[in-house]
Design a protein around this ligand. Structure first.
Ligand code: SAH
Length: 404
């Protein structure tokens, strides 16, 4: 496989390990994670991908002009200059091919590219997503306004060239903003979303909903998380930072009941649809800040006469044990890179779930959060890194904590 460095590596900034053989990348990640986390216990060997190329099911192209020619690609790291992108070794080939053809069509149809400085022009971004298990493909065209001159012809030519596209959405983003997507979506063709599967569940992916960009390795990640949770079918489970509910829904078949908490109301709407689509009825979702939710849960326990001191006692051998059962037996938490808040962790510890499975995409914040958990009657039992993002320096880590 091609292991020569990507020509736009420096500008794009996405692949710190461009040109580095995959085995070496895994070694370096393992070392870095050990340096950060070995104080908490043994760091298991990172689970790498069999084929570390073309794993991203999502392609984004920002658009700009350079001397009258259309540039399409990523933003130069730390700026808003568009880097014309050659073939990317991480992104799904089919999605890249569609994105490139859309750029050609934009040029053929003489549609104006949006200019961030002047606010003049129409076409802003192209997003393509493919469900790897379903082969459904969504194209999102981000325009600065609702009016789309020549739309019908544009779509006709596009669909003739790419009959494999299952839905096309026009997103309207009129704002002077660095956000890719604006608030409005209009479905131009198909259902307005695609589906993908993880394990034996299918999930709906709409233009703005979060879905792991590496669906294949996500199976490995979730399998690890489920193994760590050791569910028997009797547990009450909380899935904090649940996104579209993927982890909680995966756990539901092995638990008594699940609650998912997520800040983004659109993701929660998708999570509810995902539950219905998969005929899962023992799960409920709430759109709320996870820290606030935990704090409220912990406070209501105190109201019901369960102050913190009461919840811990010593057993016959003098070990500190949870004296009363909290509302959740098992907590899954999958916060963004910034990690959890202190409020979340302190409240979680008050709720005293027997087991916590922490899925982290930010090893630094993970280390910070584990330090606090270990001061609050939790011990780290297992640390398993998973390589969700080959060629980048990012690593995902699954940790199992148990109440001491
Ligand atoms: N568990 C999901 C999503 C993980 S990404 C999955 O595996 O697909 C992290 C999620 O946390 C995002 O969906 C984000 O919207 C959500 N989030 C960020 N801050 C939050 C907060 N303060 N409270 C609750 N959810 C939050």
């Amino acid at each position: 496989m091609n292991e020569s460095p990507c020509p736009v590596q420096k500008k794009c900034g996405g692949c710190e390990f461009s040109g580095v053989p995959y085995e070496k990348q895994l070694e370096q990640k393992q070392k870095a994670l050990q340096a950060l986390l070995s104080g908490f216990g043994r760091v298991e060997p990172i689970l790498g991908m069999e084929d570390p190329y073309y794993y991203r099911g999502k392609v984004h192209r920002a658009l700009a002009y350079n001397k009258g020619r259309i540039l399409s690609g990523c933003y130069e790291a730390g700026s808003h200059r568009v880097v014309d992108q050659p073939e990317c070794l991480l992104e799904d080939k089919k999605c890249q091919e569609i994105a490139a053809d859309v750029v050609k069509l934009i040029s053929d149809f003489k549609l104006k590219i949006y200019d961030e400085d002047t606010g003049y022009g129409l076409m802003r971004h192209i997003l393509v997503r493919r469900g790897f298990a379903t082969d459904e493909i969504m194209l999102v065209l981000v325009l600065s306004e609702r009016m789309f001159p020549g739309k019908n012809n544009f779509l006709k030519v596009l669909q003739e060239a790419h009959p494999e596209i299952t839905t096309i959405v026009q997103n309207v983003n009129p704002g002077h903003t660095s956000m890719v997507l604006g608030p409005q979506n209009a479905t131009l063709f198909g259902p307005g979303f695609i589906r993908d599967s993880i394990g034996n569940l299918t999930f709906r992916i709409s233009p703005s909903s979060f879905f792991q960009v590496n669906p294949k390795e996500t199976e490995v990640l979730y399998r690890t998380a489920m193994d760590f949770a050791e569910l028997s079918g009797k547990e009450t489970v909380l899935d904090a930072y649940c996104g579209t509910g993927t982890i909680g829904l995966s756990a539901a078949a092995h638990a008594k009941s699940v609650v998912g908490v997520e800040l983004n109301p659109e993701a929660v709407a998708d999570a509810r649809k995902n539950a219905a689509d998969n005929h899962i009825t023992n799960i409920a979702f709430t759109a709320e800040d996870a820290g606030q939710y935990m704090e409220r849960q912990a406070a209501s326990r105190i109201l019901y006469g369960r102050p913190e001191e009461e919840r811990f006692g010593r057993n016959a051998s003098g070990d500190l044990v949870s004296a009363r059962k909290g509302p959740y037996d098992v907590l899954f938490m999958d916060p963004p890179r910034t990690g959890a808040t202190e409020k979340f962790i302190r409240s979680a510890a008050k709720l005293a779930p027997r087991r916590i499975v922490y899925i982290s995409c930010g090893p630094d914040t993970l280390a910070r959060d584990l330090s606090l958990f270990t001061k609050l009657h939790y011990k780290v039992e297992k640390i398993q890194p998973v390589d969700m993002f080959p060629f980048t320096s990012h690593a995902e880590v699954v940790v199992r904590l148990s109440l001491v």
